[in-house]
Design a protein around this ligand. Structure first.
Ligand code: SF4
Length: 115
């Protein structure tokens, strides 16, 4: 099923090569944002170390309590066809690379890259 050209049943998951395949278009909460960004329908990928694809995130929220250092927070995204809030890697520099968020995400929206 498609809403505004977005397949809400997409099982593609985040592109593991997003840093090569996408352009940085800005920053948010101290992390990079990779485009395309055309709100409210396309929101891009937030974060470089803990990257969360906001065009896949469906606000399941499992990643938030899973993170042992509580670095992921909700960010409101009103009007987005998939969900009106997204998981934001607000303090990705605190990541200890346990991979819990990546493993718990039911739609594979998260890619954690250890240094
Ligand atoms: S890998 Fe672990 S520490 Fe890093 S954001 Fe995910 S849950 Fe938190």
């Amino acid at each position: 099923m498609f809403i505004n050209d977005y397949c809400i049943y997409s099982k593609m998951g985040i592109d593991p090569d997003f840093k090569k395949n996408r352009q940085k278009v800005g920053t948010h909460n101290g992390h990079d944002v990779y485009g395309p960004v055309e709100p409210p329908n396309k929101l891009g990928i937030h974060g470089s170390v803990v990257a969360i694809d906001w065009d896949i995130c469906n606000a399941d929220g499992s990643c938030i309590p899973a993170c042992p250092v509580s670095l992921i927070e909700w960010n409101d995204t009103p009007g987005n066809p998939l969900s009106n809030r997204k998981a934001d890697p607000a303090r990705e520099g605190d990541c200890i690379f346990c991979m819990a968020c990546q493993n718990v995400c039911p739609v594979q929206a998260i890619k954690v890259t250890a240094p």
